[in-house]
Design a protein around this ligand. Structure first.
Ligand SMILES: CC(C)(COP(=O)(O)OP(=O)(O)OC[C@H]1O[C@@H](n2cnc3c(N)ncnc32)[C@H](O)[C@@H]1OP(=O)(O)O)[C@@H](O)C(=O)NCCC(=O)NCCS
Length: 171
């Protein structure tokens, strides 16, 4: 049975192994470590997918800012989401994202930003950030930089540019 639950503090190394295996390199696992070590880390938003006692997937949301003329506003970055190669395409990623977004809303966050595949994230409610007047701080294809409103019109009065902590820019 698949369980989506909060990661325990002592599971970071296991999580990093899952992330490195999913991406077939270390960069995203290093990003997870950097976020864990940063003030942007939100322990309740590091979730694992556990199947028969084994961690087979992980998702992390962390606090970032949208810089607006009226001041900085807090939002969340979804990054990274990882499923072990042997378990991909079995909707585990979808469960992690759906449950994760629910948790973000429960914690009172209004929106989430993701840089990711434009064919995958729209099914969870993500739309191009440009349609909500939110810009990326770097050059990316318009449709790959997306936002999800957890509450209807949560971004209606926000216009600005997302600011990523330095750790994100190394990936
Ligand atoms: C992306 C990922 C988390 C999806 O998890 P999953 O459990 O395999 O996905 P699901 O079973 O929920 O959904 C499968 C869908 O994801 C798509 N998908 C799988 N890997 C993908 C990838 N790297 N980028 C975009 N889409 C991907 C599949 O094509 C499939 O699409 P379809 O439903 O239109 O056929 C997982 O494949 C993974 O860890 N990939 C490597 C790491 C990665 O690329 N992370 C995301 C960065 S944006």
């Amino acid at each position: 049975m698949l369980i989506i639950r909060e990661a325990h503090q002592d599971e970071l190394n296991e999580i990093k192994k899952v992330v490195a295996a999913a991406f077939e390199r270390e960069d995203e696992a290093n990003l997870v470590q950097a976020i864990y070590d940063s003030p942007y880390f939100e322990a309740k938003l590091s979730l694992v997918a556990e199947l028969n006692g084994q961690i087979v997937g992980h998702i992390l949301f962390s606090r970032i800012l949208i810089h607006t003329k009226e001041g900085d506003r807090t939002t969340l970055a979804l990054a990274p989401v990882s499923v072990l190669p042997a378990f991909q395409n079995q909707a585990i990623g979808a469960e992690l994202i759906t449950e994760g977004l629910k948790k973000c809303a429960e914690l009172g966050f209004g929106h989430v930003v993701v840089l990711g595949h434009p064919n995958y994230y729209p099914r969870f409610g993500f739309v191009p950030a440009s349609t909500k007047n939110i810009k990326a701080p770097f050059d990316v294809p318009d449709e790959a930089f997306m936002v999800c409103e957890l509450v209807p019109d949560a971004l209606a009065d926000i216009e600005g540019m997302v600011l990523y902590p330095a750790a994100f820019l190394d990936v």
